[in-house]
Ligand binder design. Sequence first.
Ligand code: DX5
Ligand code: ZN
Length: 219
Amino acid sequence: MVKISPSILSADFSILGEEARRMEVAGADLLHIDVMDGHFVPNITIGAPVVKSLRPRTKLPLDVHLMIEHPEQYIGDFAAAGADIITIHEEAADDVAAALALIRSKGVAASLSIKPKTPAKAVFPYLDDVSMILVMTVEPGFGGQALIEDTLLKVQEIRRECVRRGLEMDIQVDGGISPANIGRVAACGANVFVAGSAVFGAKDAAAAIAQMRAQCVIS
Ligand code: DX5
Ligand code: ZN
């Protein structure tokens, strides 16, 4: 199933509740929340209190992308704040399996991400522990970057491995996704699409989301 997850990194942070509602009305499936700590990535955004205050403002599932070191220390806070999906980075967790188990123990969907330079195989040991894999299609840290083409090979590789194992996996892509490239990315096996600038930067967010959805033909 195709899911579009607008990233609030490109929203107006002074009116996040309204922005969340606007995405819901525009037809988004999830709301992507980028959490950055200034260590794992060279940028700082928001923490669990903001997730908590957004929770009652939208019915959309909250798709929380933790770009932070030692994520295990904060999983409890984000779960309690109302996250529906928590993504951690393979490169950041001290014990990846334990961190994913902790997410699941909170009743939250567990997801694992890799940066552009991390090989696809890095997620293979954890495919049974997650419901989603996030393949970063840009270096994490900032919105508005161009998609790195090589990363699509990893989407293909991970989809192939999931099919081989009979796993129904959500494969999310994040960074540089637009109406111009989403069809190609979907054809590689991705089905969950984060889009920041392409949705929040559009004059008509609903049209942008509909246009992106229309480009995805998932076999
Ligand atoms: C980048 C973030 C992305 C970002 C995507 O580190 O993880 O979610 O907001 O923004 P666009 O779609 O503008 O590349
Ligand atoms: Zn993200």
